[in-house]
Design a protein around this ligand. Sequence first.
Ligand code: SAH
Ligand code: SF4
Ligand code: F3S
Length: 475
Amino acid sequence: MDTKTTRVSPADIERQLGFCEKIAERLAAQPKEYMAFVDTYGCQQNEADSERIRGYLRAMGYGFTNDENAADVIVINTCAIREHAEDRVLGNVGALVHAKRRHPGQIICLCGCMAQEEHVAEKLRQSYRHVDIVFGPHALWKFPELLYRVLTRRGRVFENTDEPGSIAEGIPVVRQGKVKAWVSIMYGCNNFCTYCIVPYVRGRERSRLPQDVLSEVEALVAEGYKDITLLGQNVNSYGKDLGLETDFADLLEAINAIPGDFLIRFMTSHPRDASQKLFEVMGWCEKIAPVFHLPVQAGNDRVLKAMNRHYDRATYLDKVRRLRQQVPDVVLTSDIIVGFPGETTAEFEETLSLIEEVGYDALFTFIYSPREGTPGAKMPDPLPMSEKKANFQRLVDAQNAISARKHAAYVGKILRCLVDGLCDEEGFALTARTPGNRLVRIAQGEEDLIGTFQEIEITGANTWSLWGRLKRENG
Ligand code: SAH
Ligand code: SF4
Ligand code: F3S
């Protein structure tokens, strides 16, 4: 496979926008309003991709619905990270055969990480004949052309050739909210952790140019966005492929210098590449939220090596210590895999001791799922699933106790929080986020506070969230 990143030219994107116009003309010639349903699975990268798919769809003249029966176009943006995620998608896609029977002109598209896997594409080709368009993440920028082809010639389209990946600027975006925004700063991954499918479906690591990222953030701040999350599978290695001076810490510093009252977050960091320079920049840049998602995956050195993570327990703990020196109140979260092939229960217990030692605010925990084509899928895996599940439960219980302890320590504090939405739980009016992104439910407050920073007194806490009240000047 060629390893060079291609930059999609502005002329190519213009051409795609030309297909959008042609589709818009066709739709406008009909008396009805055409609707699209975009359903997203997986990580924030997929959420960000779906915003671009919606951007294209809006340029084609589609309105949006969440009802599959009302949709003329259904786009399912899929995730391949674990088998369970794939099974759920295939189940839901299978069921769409009924929607299509009731609505024969309906076009069903399946895109995202699953579409990039050849064995999935083959299954769709053979057994899911109601799916019209299958395209992987590499082909997202050509979506208008693919849809135009199916609208005008009928037949099915499969566009998922393996490639190192490209970067396309200038695709229109319809964002999901008005307060928080995703900004992809890079795509793909070079790490090849032995359990992980991402490098195979998302291609090689490639960074957007710093000026493209900066102008997107400037525009978002001007539109009033208050919470901007920079996205990439390994943001700490931003810029390495560009051969420029700018590294991730420099990029953060440049974003921090954009005038305005807003927060900067980022995910995901790889512990190997999280640098002292980054910790220091976080320490003094006032707009960078004091939160760090630093996936550790396991606490035992042999397992970390077999996972190809390129750090050991001691190095990880040292980075956490140095991060806390620079950002003392940092909220720390992590991902953990239980039951990697060959992990014994004694080795798993080192994960338990590690989470106690670090004291994470929250964890995302997963039972290992073998992914076809990854080295992990070929490793001997003798531990019975019943034991993996028991270990998993011990981990969840241990973390719940830590989270409850951490949250209890918030009670009585007054924090500057971003009000981010209406709360649909009885007895609460609004939701907000602490600087470290913990959820706070607020009993009383008006809708027009959404999108503003407010002083909030934390009055209660449980394992998963906090609650509090607005601390107004007179109140
Ligand atoms: N790039 C990020 C996250 C990638 S996917 C990182 O490096 O951390 C998010 C999480 O899913 C991973 O951190 C890992 O904990 C989990 N994961 C990935 N592959 C998995 C698999 N095959 N089985 C179970 N969990 C997996
Ligand atoms: Fe997967 Fe590892 Fe890359 Fe994260 S760093 S996306 S876990 S290969
Ligand atoms: Fe899933 Fe693809 Fe993200 S596999 S986790 S949607 S990069």
